[in-house]
Design a protein around this ligand. Structure first.
Ligand SMILES: *[C@@H]1O[C@H](CO)[C@@H](O)[C@H](O)[C@H]1NC(C)=O
Ligand SMILES: *[C@@H]1O[C@H](CO)[C@@H](O)[C@H](O)[C@H]1NC(C)=O
Length: 300
């Protein structure tokens, strides 16, 4: 288990029964600014209906739920992609065993569909273990910085993993729920935002599992140098044969880096893929597949 090899120097308990902090934000507020020691915020079971934010000046916070089914943070912000349930701006943040839910278009909701972000992850050196990110459109905004997602579930229908993060998703479940939008619609898993050739960001999915209801593209470019790699990933037939959509990059597809290597399952059949998709060897992609893509100095 690669989780948390550092020393927790302080633990703050959040518990809805009221004998400790009863809100997660109150616990975050209690961490001093420019904190330099790991603080564990232990969140006991319950549904916490609050929007939470870890500000830039509060690094070294570890949010630890009881388990991802028992500890749920839910909010329904949908004014803009800024109004996420969880906003993480600090460097060096960890979370484990939690669910981040944007409930606006989730479940039996009949609201008109809007971008409704469950988590907005800014900041460098941020890792999630056994977490769930639930929403429909724009569920997980992987804004920027180096991020690691291990055994997480990300659910949605439209651009539900998006942004310019430099991230590895390892052993994660991509849960497609396009049926919630309606018949005939085809969704998009990723909308990666790399905009310039010198940018190092990109999304790498390793040993993941794509499944669910409805049909999706693996991605469409949110930046003209968008980079997304699926490696050793199991894809059910929710993935459409074309695989990728060029969106606003028509005629400039050669700038994109969309790759699939050693994937399997009904959706991984590349016979019907768009002609412009990259055919890289796993050797060429090794620098991205390796954990050193996000961690050269050993922060994980
Ligand atoms: C966060 O990390 C980045 C890159 O490692 C650094 O440039 C930035 O100054 C850090 N931010 C803060 C608030 O320390
Ligand atoms: C892949 O798809 C093509 C065309 O749709 C089909 O002819 C072929 O049998 C499929 N291959 C596998 C291994 O299913």
């Amino acid at each position: 288990n690669s989780t948390l090899k550092y020393i927790i120097e302080q633990t703050i308990v959040v518990d809805q029964s009221g004998s400790h902090f009863w809100s997660i934000q109150a616990a975050i507020d209690a961490v001093p600014k420019d904190n330099l020691r790991w603080v564990c915020i232990e969140i006991r079971r319950g549904i916490y209906r609050e929007q939470i934010r870890i500000p830039r000046e509060k690094p070294y916070i570890f949010l630890k739920g009881e388990s991802r089914l028992k500890t749920v943070i839910a909010w329904d912000g949908h004014d803009s992609i800024q109004s996420a349930t969880f906003i993480s701006e600090a460097n060096d943040t960890r979370a484990k065993g939690l669910t981040f839910l944007n409930s606006y278009n989730y479940g039996p909701s009949r609201n008109q569909i809007y971008p409704a972000v469950a988590a907005k992850i800014d900041g460098d050196r941020v890792a999630f273990y056994n977490c769930r990110f639930l929403g429909l459109q724009d569920t997980l905004w992987d804004v920027r910085g180096r991020h690691y997602f291990h055994r997480c579930t990300i659910e949605g229908a439209v651009d539900f993993i998006f942004g310019s993060g430099q991230s590895i998703y390892e052993g994660c479940t991509i849960s497609v729920n396009v049926d919630a939008i309606g018949p005939g619609y085809v969704g998009y898993i990723t909308a990666q935002g790399r905009s310039y050739p010198y940018e190092s960001n990109g999304f790498v999915f390793k040993n993941c599992n794509i499944d669910g209801k409805g049909k999706v593209y693996l991605g469409r470019p949110w930046g003209i140098y968008s980079r997304v790699i699926f490696y050793k990933t199991l894809m059910s037939d929710v993935v459409v044969p074309q695989g990728w959509d060029s969106w606003r990059s028509q005629g400039q597809e050669y700038k994109l880096m969309f790759s699939e290597i050693d994937c399997r399952g009904m959706g991984a059949n590349t016979t019907g893929r768009v002609g412009w998709v990259n055919k890289h060897s796993s050797k060429n992609l090794q620098p991205f597949i390796d954990l050193s893509y996000i961690d050269k100095e050993g922060w994980l």
